[in-house]
Design a protein around this ligand. Sequence first.
Ligand SMILES: [Zn+2]
Ligand SMILES: [Zn+2]
Length: 267
Amino acid sequence: MTDDLCVQTHRQNPDRPRPALDGLRLCHGHHTELRRLIAELPARHADLTRPRGAGGPKITHKTDPGLHIDEAAANLRTQIQHDLLWWCTYVTRERGLLGPRRDDPFTIAAWLTLHVEWLAANEHAALHLLPVLRELTGRAIGITDIPARHIQLDEQCRTHEDGDRCDGIITIVVRGDEWTARCPECRIDQDPTPYLRAAQTGQWITADGVIRLAAVYGITADGDVVRQWKHRKNIRGIIGDVENLYESRSVLDYLTKRQADRERIGA
Ligand SMILES: [Zn+2]
Ligand SMILES: [Zn+2]
């Protein structure tokens, strides 16, 4: 193992060695992921206190049948706490430091964040901490998952690895009021804003584009529905040679209005 290469495996072209950041054992992407997963873990831990909301139906855990969802959540909370403390102890022991004064996940994660450069430079931590964080995060998401809508946009992923743009096609995942752009290729969750903006900047969009945008707003539409919207002058469109085209601004205005109406009725 060479000292200046990232110790993690890479999904795209796994055989190509990736340079680590200066003095570290992780590349830029994995270093960023390490920092993010540590920072997010306390919130994941907190979410597990209300996995399905109070008084919800009793749901059996997918990967652990027979185990009640609340037990699975409680076990995972213990595990997260335990693993955070374990890594904290690892740093204090290796560096001869005093640990944080409190042992709640927020305090420990904040303390570990202060040492993230050291963790990324330490061979053992660089290799083993990231998979632990990924596993805990994945299990927490699995338990706290609320039903999500998945909408595929025809937008190419914007992440780059070593100058190559990822060729994944972005899916927008809408979970409650949380919107995420997810790439099935690089598996990086991203800010959906630039993708939505790109999907919206085309002045004229086809009926398919209207249907996709409507899905983003939780509205099911088909070709007939889109034609009706135009007929009722809810949206503006033109009759094209091959297919009709709709003005994206008017579509967005209409969808936003529909969503606001729905929220008002629901409130
Ligand atoms: Zn890497
Ligand atoms: Zn990607």
